[in-house]
Design a protein around this ligand. Sequence first.
Ligand code: NAD
Length: 300
Amino acid sequence: MAEIGFIGVGNMGGPMARNLLKAGHAVTCFDLSAAAVQAVVDAGGKAAASAEEAATGREVVVSMLPKGDHVRAAYLGDNGVIAAAKASGSLLIDCSTIDVSTAREVAATAAASGLEMVDAPVSGGVGGAEGGTLTFMCGATDDGFARAEPILSKMGAKIVHAGGSGNGQAAKICNNMVLGISMAAASEAFVLAENLGLDHQTFFDIVSTSSGYCWSINAYCPVPGPVPASPANRDYQAGFTAENMLKDLRLAAAAAADTGTDTHMGAEAEKLYSTYAEQMAQGPKDFSGIINMVRQNTGK
Ligand code: NAD
């Protein structure tokens, strides 16, 4: 079993670290939140006073941080993870959802110190983190992926090698661009159906088995009733927050600008989520709550 350093043990990282402990690994964690660290200590982990200390002498370092700036701050510099991990040749795995260029830049800095770094963002949310059923999308060399896979398999059910460095992040933001667009489309369709006199269950029964079927309708329906587990049934309590959806749509927009890709629908979804999460101050709500903005704009 491995000695693992874990940096960022919040909503996602906390249960992921606890699953590593359950599997018999030794986990030493660091987070800016003492309460988040304590929850891992209570499950049998150890606390470190800094990211540097969490990384020093470990076989593997896993991170689950909010954004690219946090990853940069944790990994780079004299007191960063890369400097601390150099002597032990640790495998570095960043599971945060961040921009492709930061992922590639930090991995290249790690490689220059002789360290393998894998970008391994996840799909599956807090429920998947708790249940150990996450999907990991990995950008790595073949060797890096082979080393990361046994660790990731203790936190997830599906571990995919998407290609070289940054490709995990690329897969993640493209997936979430589809999700943002499809949830906006599903919400508009349900409100239009309401206004045309169709009831929710009838419309759901038809669309979920017709050519309009998609995850946003079949598994995460934005109206209460047809899919009992969807956040619509608990007043749009997240789930996956609207602010995180907006963050991912902005990452997709930045990647589209970098590559000159025409992502018109992605840009429209970004505008809708910016209005919902920021101007309407609904950022902490589940992203499927955007249906309420469609209703409000419809004026009914
Ligand atoms: P979170 O805010 O609950 O956790 C992040 C943790 O990082 C916090 O506990 C924070 O204190 C800590 N942190 C911030 N800066 C730090 C630093 N410099 N050093 C140490 N700790 C630091 O967020 P989360 O929901 O766990 O999300 C983490 C990542 O996972 C994000 O990139 C998010 O986009 C991605 N993600 C989240 C979900 C979800 O459903 N929550 C799903 C898929 C992916």
